[in-house]
Design a protein around this ligand. Sequence first.
Ligand code: ADP
Ligand code: MG
Length: 153
Amino acid sequence: TGHIKFDLADEPATVAMGNKIAQVVRQGAVLFLHGDLGAGKTTLTRGIVQSLGHSGKVKSPTYTLVEPYELEDVSIYHFDLYRLGSPEELEYMGIRDYFANHAICVVEWPEKGEGFIPSPDIDITMQYAGEGRQAILQAKSSRGEALLKQLQD
Ligand code: ADP
Ligand code: MG
């Protein structure tokens, strides 16, 4: 399966990549965001969410696990599973209902919910690169393959 690498020199570059991703995932997608604290996962999510019409703040829902954005054309669910105590918490919150076909689900720290959340269309790994960051996008489904192709065009 294919992958794409993005060099992100500064924060605006991360936001711009989020804007770009937003334009191809309007029909729905599951995006997993991997990477250390501070790698830029929430910044990228902000780029996606604001690009699709949210004008307020975007912060990691570390304590609430999910932040919903019901926007004009799409529903976006931003998960941060960093503080997930046990996978059963996901069952209690009705995790599967969020992953409807046309929703955009962005999941920080997906490894904490492994086996309890649906698999992604795209795995995004953010890492430190000097003063900036690097993002590697990997397709994990046929929908993901199609999305990556669109991003490359
Ligand atoms: P995470 O959600 O992965 O913990 P955040 O997005 O909350 O990370 O924080 C990332 C930090 O790094 C923010 O302070 C942001 O301004 C900064 N940042 C984001 N992208 C870049 C980049 N491409 N280059 C340098 N700094 C960045
Ligand atoms: Mg975060």
